[in-house]
Structures are given as structure tokens and as C-alpha cells.
Ligand binder design. Structure first.
Ligand SMILES: [Zn+2]
Ligand SMILES: [Zn+2]
Length: 338
């Protein structure tokens, strides 16, 4: 089969490799569409270490070719794949925290993923797509599950004010999810284009990122600050800015991935305002069913978040576009496998 094989940092090329054979508990899927994100770029350039050779790709949709021994599927079923594998037998898996399994593996990072003609996945990780869900944007369901899983960790009540910091793809998904929960949503970013997009997706108010942003959030919340801040950028200075932006007793959801290991935060204010800092990582099976339903019912829209659709043969170029200067202003890149 055709596959994009990574043989070293920056060394990604179209190659012909052996088609994977599904074991009894696996399903063989013909990949029709995949999405690429910052994680793929880091795997590509070597900043996330992997064993070579590797077929990357963890956001994928396709059609069942061989359901193996799994009666729940038949050939031709449209599906998406949950790429987060878990062992099923450890302490975390047994208490339902499969996403925290210490033996967990990611398709496209630890085992071969979806940048190929075919991929195998355990039947437990394959989810049927209803007719109303477009296969082209379906790889974004994986991204939505991570946002949904994160929002499950924080109580948001109807009428509360939620600030979303950063309005990239995940920020725009958080805007839509918080709106669906009945919140009043304020979106913050420097990009005028992304602010406009957030408004069309339901943000009640958007604010241009800058020096006076804390003041503007306070103005919009009767001087109190927002009830909840969802930080999506992973930039420590943004997290620090959330502290004066949130009300006393408020909650800060750390969705963006902070790779720094130390740095400055207004620690005294964390105590004095009695703030809750909430972490969230990846997603669980329950988030797939729920995310598919949200898209099927039109509660969450993917189409406006796609900035580029590219053919499979241009995947290397597409990943390169996520590098430093190409990333700005770019939203989701979808790959059509053809
Ligand atoms: Zn991703
Ligand atoms: Zn486990």
C-alpha cells in the first residue's frame, strides 16, 4: 500500500509498504481523509521522539475494508478512529481512566498511524459515522473529543461567562462547546480574522489581545472577572494573564499544552482568589460518541475551521506549512487520500 513513511527527523516520503493485516480484535480501515496538527509537525521535525520508520497520522476517517471478527462492523461502513490505545488491565483502565493508561500508545506516534492507504485499529476504537457527518471534516472529531473531555473537567453553568484565550482550531471548538452549555462566551486573540470567525460561531463578545485585555474582561463582567477561563495556547504568559482575568473562586482550564517545566505565575493570587486550576489530557471513548452527536446535530461546526484541503501526495508540504512562519493564520489542514 501507499504510505507516508518517516525515517528520521524531517525525512518523510511516499513509499510502498506492506498492507497491515488485522488481528481478530482489529478492524482494517481504508483511510479516506486525515487531519494534521501541531503534534504531527513535532513528530515530523523530531521534537517529539519516535522510533523509525513510522507512519504518522492520528486524525483519520475512512471506510471499513475488513471487519475482522467484529460483527458490529461490515465492509463499507464509514468510520473514524480513536487513536489513543490503552492496555485495559492496569489500575487506571480498570477505574475508567483509560486516557491516563501508563501503557497507552498513540497511533501515528508509537505505532503506525493514518497517513497511509490502510490502517488497523482495535474494534473498540472504531466509531461509525452517521450519514449527516461529512467524511472530509470527520478527522476533526478527534480534536473535538479532546476539547469535550477537557470541558467535562470543569463545571460550566448556563449564564456564566467563559473566556476562551486563543482562537485557533481548538479555541473555536471550545467557543462552540461553551455556547452549547449555555455560557456567555468571550473570545480573545490578536487575529481580527479569528475574532470574526468566533463571532459567527457564537461568541457573544471578542476582544483583541493586548495590554488592556484584563481590563476589558473586567469591564464586560461588572468588574468581577469571568467565571471560567479556557486557556488554549499553551503559552505561560497567557496562563498568567488568566489569573487577574478570572473572578474570585473562578476556574481556569489549562487546555493548551505547556511544555515549559518552570516559570512565573502570580501564585499568591491563586491562593488569595481561591482559584481552581484544571488539567486535561486527550479523551475517552465516551467523548467520541458525544462528539459525533454534536456534529451530527449541527451544534458544533467544522467547515469554517478548515483552511486548506490538500491531496495525499502533498502531505510533506502540508506538514511543513505548520512550521514557524506558515502556522500563523492557518486553521485546519485536511488531507484527501483519494
Ligand atoms: Zn492532532
Ligand atoms: Zn491501562
Amino acid at each position: 500500500m501507499r504510505a507516508m513513511v518517516l525515517t528520521g527527523p524531517g525525512e518523510l516520503a511516499l513509499d510502498s509498504v506492506e498492507q497491515p493485516a488485522p488481528s481478530a480484535d482489529q478492524v482494517l480501515v481504508h483511510v479516506t481523509h486525515s487531519g494534521i496538527c501541531g503534534t504531527d509537525y513535532k513528530i515530523f521535525n523530531g521534537s517529539i521522539p519516535v522510533h523509525y520508520p513510522l507512519i504518522p497520522g492520528h486524525e483519520m476517517a475512512g471506510e471499513v475494508v475488513d471487519p475482522g471478527g467484529n460483527a458490529a462492523f461490515k465492509s463499507g461502513d464509514r468510520v473514524i478512529i480513536d487513536p489513543e490505545l490503552y492496555c485495559g488491565a492496569c489500575f487506571h483502565c480498570r477505574i475508567g481512566q483509560t486516557h491516563l493508561c501508563p501503557k497507552g500508545k498513540l497511533l501515528g506516534r508509537d505505532v503506525n498511524g493514518g497517513f497511509a492507504e490502510f490502517v488497523t485499529a482495535p474494534a473498540t476504537h472504531v466509531f461509525p459515522l452517521p450519514a449527516a457527518v461529512d467524511g472530509r471534516t470527520a478527522p476533526m472529531i478527534q480534536v473535538l473529543t479532546t476539547c469535550l473531555h477537557a470541558q467535562r473537567q470543569v463545571d460550566i453553568f448556563a449564564g456564566e461567562t467563559v473566556v476562551v484565550l486563543g482562537l485557533g482550531v481548538t479555541g473555536q471548538l471550545h467557543v462552540q462547546l461553551a455556547k452549547a452549555r449555555g455560557a456567555r462566551v468571550i473570545g480573545i486573540t490578536r487575529s481580527a480574522e479569528k475574532r470574526k470567525l468566533a463571532e459567527t460561531l457564537g461568541a457573544d463578545l471578542t476582544i483583541a489581545g493586548g495590554d488592556d485585555v484584563v481590563e476589558k474582561v473586567r469591564e464586560a463582567t461588572e468588574g468581577r472577572g469571568a467565571d471560567v477561563i479556557i486557556e488554549t495556547t499553551g503559552i505561560l504568559a497567557q496562563l498568567a494573564s488568566a489569573v487577574p482575568m478570572v473572578r474570585f473562586g473562578g476556574r481556569i482550564l489549562m487546555f493548551g499544552i505547556f511544555t515549559v517545566k518552570e516559570g512565573a505565575l502570580p501564585f499568591y493570587d491563586l491562593y488569595f482568589k481561591e482559584l481552581t486550576l484544571i488539567g486535561a489530557r486527550v479523551a475517552k471513548s465516551e467523548d467520541y460518541e458525544a462528539s459525533i452527536a454534536l456534529v451530527q446535530r449541527g451544534v458544533v461546526r467544522f467547515d469554517p475551521l478548515v483552511s486548506d484541503v490538500m491531496p495525499f501526495g502533498e502531505l510533506r508540504t502540508a506538514i511543513g506549512m505548520l512550521g514557524s512562519d506558515g502556522a500563523a493564520g492557518r486553521m485546519k489542514i485536511i488531507i484527501e487520500h483519494g
